[in-house]
Design a protein around this ligand. Structure first.
Ligand SMILES: [Zn+2]
Length: 199
């Protein structure tokens, strides 16, 4: 039986859900939080409690926003003829950092997984097709992770895009196999954009 008070054990269990945090680290974080002032703890917990009320995905493109207007799909200075498909709203920020892309984004969400038998939601596909047609998009850049799931989803979507007569390109140059976009440095990602290939 652990001597640690159960309230603290519950906190440790929550902290362990974070990526890269094992039991020892979670324990250290929990004890560290005990040293915070009441005020700081309240601010921190309120921030977490209201996170999804304040930040939510744009119903059009899926990018995150905290105001009614979307800074991506409602920004008229962007190029509406090119669209970049990403699997997570988080990928936008790494791509924006490269300054190599000025088009629109579309968040696909969970990728197709042949091993887990997961396919792409039909509603997701319908939404994408409607958006491509409404905006008269000329080129779609597929910017998924270089993994089995990323490759399978890219191939599936390429077939859709071919049938719609839209040019499909994919980030290629410089991306190591098995790499996740948010672990790649900006220089490599910028090169991947510039060297994108028709596939
Ligand atoms: Zn948007």
């Amino acid at each position: 039986m652990s001597q640690i008070p159960s309230e603290l054990l519950t906190l440790i269990a929550h902290l362990r859900k974070l990526p890269g945090v094992g039991h020892k680290t979670a324990e250290r974080f929990a004890f560290y939080l005990l040293d915070w002032s009441d005020e700081d703890l309240k601010k921190f917990s309120m921030q977490i409690a209201t996170l999804k009320e304040k930040i939510y995905p744009c119903s059009e493109c899926g990018c995150l926003k905290d105001t009614p207007n979307c800074s991506f799909c409602q920004n008229t200075s962007r190029d509406f003829s090119v669209m970049c498909l990403i699997s997570s709203a988080r990928d936008v920020y790494a791509i924006e950092e490269t300054r190599a892309f000025k088009g629109l984004y579309h968040v696909i969400g969970a990728l197709l997984s042949p091993l887990e038998g997961r396919s792409i939601n039909e509603l997701t596909i319908d939404k994408l097709e409607n958006r491509l047609a409404n905006l008269e998009v000329k080129e779609v850049i597929i910017a998924f992770d270089s993994t089995l799931e990323g490759d399978a989803t890219a191939l599936f979507l390429k077939q859709k895009l071919d049938s719609l007569g839209i040019k499909a390109t994919r980030l290629a140059f410089g991306l190591p196999m098995g790499s996740s976009l948010d672990f790649v440095d900006y220089g490599t990602l910028e090169k991947a954009f510039i060297g994108r290939q028709i596939f």
